[in-house]
Design a protein around this ligand. Structure first.
Ligand code: C5P
Length: 232
């Protein structure tokens, strides 16, 4: 079976708006990401309906709570049939272990990845919340913890991909947002990489939102990226 490396971020305020795009897409060409906005607006049934249409769905709810609560949330997400979900690495070892153990017991185990640090946080923000060291040091330390707890990978920015690929080896998933095809608008993303550069640096999957969702022809925009990374 094909394993498309582009994950389209369905950042829409309603089921109707998301569905207008989904109907033009194809599960053989892309995966889909549902984040907090669409999940709150459209609900778990909509996530299950995307799965039923044949899509690999990344449920991007970034769970961060006590271990028991996160384990239960992961189980509930797994029941929707999602392909991948995520938690916050800052929840710590016990929370990461509980999340993984909960999914290990599922008949079909979704992939479990963790957010290390939100890429919106700068070194000065880290100091303010009491985290010593630079963002890169913190990301590396947390990625190693995530790997040690047996999770499948992390979400990371394009600027972190090559270091993490070296540190965490070839099997660890690196899922990278902030991707902008060379000619695309950057929008509010400050540190961007082209699809080709991110894949060359070692990204496993690319999360792409507006360059595809806001394109006049989303399927053509998707295929242009697939061509750029050698998937077409
Ligand atoms: O539209 P754009 O391509 O910027 O969308 C990127 C997607 O990846 C959004 O859903 C955004 O929430 C998500 N994301 C991100 N940066 C992170 C983590 C997630 O842009 N560090």
């Amino acid at each position: 079976m094909s394993d498309p490396r582009i994950i389209i971020a369905l950042d829409f305020a309603s089921r109707q708006a998301a569905q207008a795009l989904v109907e033009r897409l194809d599960p053989a060409r892309c995966k889909l990401k549902v984040g907090k906005e669409l999940f709150v607006a459209a609900g778990p049934d909509y996530v299950a309906s995307l799965v039923n249409r044949g899509y690999d769905v990344f449920l991007d709810l970034k769970f961060h709570d006590i271990p028991n609560t996160v384990a239960a949330a992961c189980r509930a997400a797994a029941h929707l049939g999602v392909w991948m979900m995520n938690v916050h690495a800052l929840g710590g070892r016990a929370m990461l272990d509980s999340a993984r153990e909960a999914l290990d017991k599922m008949p079909v185990r979704p992939k479990l990845i963790a957010v290390t640090l939100l890429t919106s946080m700068q070194d000065s923000d880290l100091a303010e919340v009491g985290i010593a060291g630079s963002a890169q040091q913190t990301v590396s330390r947390l990625a190693n913890l995530v790997q040690d707890c047996g999770l499948d990978g992390v979400v990371c920015s394009a600027r972190e991909v090559s270091v993490l690929r070296r540190e965490c080896g070839s099997d660890f998933l690196l899922v990278t947002p902030g991707i902008r095809p060379a000619q695309a608008e950057r929008g509010d993303q400050a540190r961007t990489a082209t699809p080709q550069a991110a894949i060359q640096d070692g990204a496993s999957y690319l999360v792409i939102g507006r360059p595809i969702t806001q394109a006049a022809d989303p399927l053509a925009a998707l295929d242009a990226v697939r061509q750029e990374i050698g998937e077409l």
